[in-house]
Design a protein around this ligand. Structure first.
Ligand SMILES: [Mn+2]
Length: 467
């Protein structure tokens, strides 16, 4: 108990030091699900709908739905989280909601929004709490009109039968009920188009509200990660480190992680999406922690690889330093106008160079890369965008390349995985892995490492573990 208190007290004392990250704006409304400090600017969501509507050909409309509520077991549901595309366009957090977007008849170039949301009264309020209802959808979320969700099916039948709608952009993968209502109402005579791919073109460049939320998610996550690093030592269990990470995360206002926390030690380290977090950490081994919080629905995503006993062995240090130097080179090269595939190639070049120079593997760089052998050691991509999804979408049109632009946010995660049974790897390196993942904001002249407060060098990590 004494040990537990001693480990928790400093965490509690540390939690007061994070500044409010999101400034209130002129038109704000409270978030029921985020009562602490997130405020929303309804005008920003309206602007996104206006931009989207300019991409929609005449005669077509958008029907965007939030996620279904999924049964977990018995009469318990999984925690609800809105569909990212629905949230991006509406800011609406409650389940059982649909928005119909069309070109505004009286304000050309803008979007009209008709919302269908849940109403609650009587015992439903007693059990589940109040909802915004149609009135709230108009008052706070900028709906031009709003109705009870139960009337959506009859609305859609009438709307589609009117002959004015020639096509619909929808995201019906998110909700089977809405999909079947659409199938019934359209009778197969209205063309259905992919909404996500249009919104995917809009999401990469983040606005000020989004960047503020990501900064906050990263800030809290780095803070939690530091406590997770301090909790790492021989004989603790992976789930103890997970508990520390998630405790500090929740204590600082993040309602959830942005993906299931990975604490992979010993032989588990080679499982990229290891899930059980059930093993005990062994002296002399490594542990890889992949973790990030979600704040205001925006993700952070960080990885560190640690020596369980606080000191990297010679082989572990060699692999770690190869990864870290590539990580630094990629971040130095990240800037507006740079194609992400150029950074991917740079990373593979540097990692394979490093492995050859240190005699971890043998052969020629050309053969190892052109034959695809490098994928044995570098199984995953260099990184990805982050935003409402931890793997935020790139626009589907790959022909345009993945050119970095100011105010994109990315997770950069160079890694080397050397499997225990890999005969192409020198014996002493088999089973050694390293990954370092930071979150960066592309700026006008380069990038800012949002997670710079978390040590990434070998010396910095060892210092943090041995303090
Ligand atoms: Mn990642």
């Amino acid at each position: 108990m004494k040990r537990l208190l001693a480990s928790i007290l400093p965490l509690i004392l540390l939690t007061g030091c994070i500044e409010r990250a999101v400034a209130p704006s002129d038109r704000v409304f409270p978030s029921k699900l985020y009562p602490y400090e997130v405020t929303y600017d309804a005008a920003e969501f309206k602007q996104r709908r206006d931009v989207l509507m300019q991409k929609i050909p005449a005669g077509r409309v958008v029907i965007v739905t939030t996620n279904d509520v999924y049964l977990r077991n018995g009469d318990v549901d999984y925690e609800f989280r809105p569909a990212s595309v629905f949230y991006y366009l509406t800011g609406f957090e409650e389940p059982n909601a649909v928005a119909v977007l069309r070109k505004h008849r009286s304000a050309p170039g803008t979007c009209e929004m008709i919302m269908f949301v849940e109403s609650r009264e009587g015992s439903a309020v007693q059990w589940l709490g109040p909802v915004f209802g149609p009135e709230g959808a108009v008052q706070y979320f900028g709906a031009d009109s709003a109705y009870e969700i139960g009337s959506f099916a009859s609305f859609l039948h009438t709307f589609l039968a009117s002959g004015t709608v020639q096509g619909v952009y929808g995201n019906f993968d998110a909700n089977d009920d809405v999909e079947s209502i659409f199938s019934d109402a359209s009778g197969g005579s209205i063309s259905l188009h992919n909404l996500d791919s249009l919104v995917d073109e809009m999401r990469p460049v983040k606005g000020p509200l989004e960047i503020g939320l990501i900064r906050r998610a990263v800030e809290v996550s780095t803070h939690a990660f530091a406590e997770g690093i301090r909790a790492t030592r021989p004989s603790v269990y992976e789930y103890e480190i997970q508990a520390t990470l998630e405790f500090v995360l929740r204590l600082n206002g993040c309602p959830r992680t942005s993906f299931p926390t990975i604490v992979a030690s010993g032989p588990n380290i080679t499982t990229i999406h290891y899930q059980s977090n059930s093993a005990m950490l062994s002296d002399g081994g490594l542990v890889m922690i992949d973790f990030g919080g979600e704040y205001g629905y925006y993700a952070a995503d960080l990885t560190r690889t640690l020596p369980v006993n606080g000191r990297f062995s010679a082989a572990q240090a060699t692999i770690y330093d190869i990864v870290k130097s590539s990580h630094d080179a990629v971040i130095a090269a990240a800037a507006p106008g740079v194609d992400f595939s150029t950074l991917t190639s740079l990373n593979i070049d540097l990692l394979i160079d490093g492995l050859l120079q240190k005699h971890v593997i043998t052969g020629t760089k050309f053969n190892i890369i052109s034959s695809g052998q490098y994928r044995l050691y570098i199984p995953a991509g260099l990184g990805h965008q982050i935003g409402l999804d931890v793997h935020d979408p790139w626009p589907a049109d790959a022909g345009k390349g993945r050119i970095l632009q100011e105010n994109m946010v990315l997770a950069i995660e160079p890694h080397i995985y050397l499997n225990a049974g890999d005969q192409t790897v020198a014996t002493e390196y088999r089973g050694v892995c390293a990954r370092v993942e930071d979150d960066i904001l592309i700026t006008s002249g380069g990038c800012e490492v949002l997670s710079a407060a978390l040590p990434g060098t070998r010396a910095g990590l060892e210092a943090m573990m041995n303090r």
